[in-house]
Design a protein around this ligand. Structure first.
Ligand code: FES
Ligand code: FES
Length: 173
């Protein structure tokens, strides 16, 4: 039986778009397969690893178990949408400077979760808080030490940065 399609309106990385999509299409499939925003990764498909984390209306969401249609009318931000004019977001740069990645597969999800963490909990994050908040993100490479350092560092840089976690640039999905 052919899948039924529905009209979807969404703002992705600052660009408003409309599409007809199957009701059962997952947000991660919509972003990766229809918009070709492949920075959002799939690691588990079961809401455990966090590789698929994006922001929906400013909150971190695991896109592998979110229906795209449930985000109708929403503002969605992916890892492709957080750099400003060729400059990395302070949290991205903190991961780079602190060697918070090896293979990098998990990194987009960690960065998006970290920005959400700063937005909710503030710019001074202690190690225990960061580790607890990262419960939903799994890295298979680094053992987390440098990821925790990167998030602490990134939060401090965000304190003095104009690249506020709440403001995103306009991009072209
Ligand atoms: S792919 Fe979504 S949580 Fe692992
Ligand atoms: S850096 Fe390889 S999975 Fe995290």
């Amino acid at each position: 039986m052919p899948m039924r399609s529905y009209p979807l309106a969404m703002t992705v990385n600052g660009t408003r778009l409309t599409r007809e999509i199957p009701g059962e299409l997952l947000l991660v499939q919509f972003l990766r397969e229809q918009l070709r925003l492949t920075g959002t990764h799939v690691g588990c498909d079961t809401t455990q690893c966090g590789a698929c984390t994006v922001h929906v209306n400013g909150r971190a969401v695991k896109s592998c178990t979110t229906l795209a249609m449930s985000c109708d009318g929403a503002e969605v931000t992916t890892i492709e949408g957080i750099a400003h004019g060729g400059e990395l977001h302070p949290m991205q740069d903190a991961f780079r400077r602190n060697h918070g990645l090896q293979c990098g597969y998990c990194t987009p999800g960690f960065v998006m979760a970290a920005i959400d963490m700063v937005r909710r909990l503030g710019l001074e994050l202690d190690e225990a808080t960061i580790r607890e908040e990262l419960e939903g993100n799994i890295c298979r490479c680094t053992g987390y030490v440098n990821i925790v350092k990167a998030i602490s560092d990134g939060a401090k840089v965000m304190a003095g940065s104009s690249a506020d976690a709440a403001s995103y640039p306009t991009g072209t999905p």
